[in-house]
Design a protein. Sequence first.
Length: 343
Amino acid sequence: MEMECHVQGKLDGLDLRLLSALEVDGRASFSRLGGVLGVSDQTVARRFRRLSAEAGLRVVAVRDAERLGQDQWMLRLRCVPDSATVIADALAKRPDTYWIGLGSGGTEIVCMTRPRHPGDHDDLLLGKLPRTPSVVEIRAQQLLHRFYGGPTGWLRKFGALDEGQIAALTPRYDANAAAGSVGLTVPAGLTGPARIEPEDEPLLAVLERDGRATYPELQRATGRSESAVKRRLAALLASGAVYIDVEYHSELLGYPLAAVLWITTAPSAMHAVGQALATHDEIAFASATAGPSHIVVTAVVRGTAGLYAYLSGPLGRLEGVQHVEATPFMRRVKQLTYQHAGR
């Protein structure tokens, strides 16, 4: 099954191309985006504002825990009925949580955690959650190896941009340039160690709220010169310590249902299965895990029929898959950022 470039939701083809372009370079200027997409920068600006207001578009900086060598965990919390929403909202307000959803008839929470500091994970798993009376069971699985997701976004599977457009938008950072300017020599993710220093925190605090914050805004927030801000941001992006990501409401693209799939494989087949899953159109995230299942994935589909078709088709045909447990989300509480409106 190939992804359709025709959008069957409330967004049109230009909206999809713009979202896809932002997924390639979320900090690209409106004029650069317009030049690649063949429209004016005013058109891009109008579409960007509308997508932000109506489709939940957010462009934000994300710390890549895998590149930084930090632990990541998938949590499954079984809760007393009527308590899951309150607990999920409380988790969503934490800066170390992502991709929170309610499943199992509203009695289960699925959550990804990326502890930022030593002890944060212990505080959550050994402290706060066990002391929450409404949480009756906690299952935690450590993520071991990412097959898909992170800097590689799901929208590219739509094929809305051609190879030339992707190449024109793909940023190449010269982290050593005197003024930190964007150059054409060092592909992102291939230069320098992935490391975040304490003095980077004011810079990241702004970018985690608005990944398109201007250099003057970053200068004011950090108290550093604009050239120093440019150099440091280029270095962080080039090393892969940080990447710019986009979030949006996938239901407006005609894909309203997300489900977490817990997949058990033969140990020898785990890597091959993970690599195959990464190629499936439905998969937005896939990782090997340590725990009861060997691989966890997030599948995004058009509805329950689409989920059945995927489970019984592409996934069911994969050699080495022994068992699958599916947790469809009744509601997605948080993607990358917390939004109080219940998204």
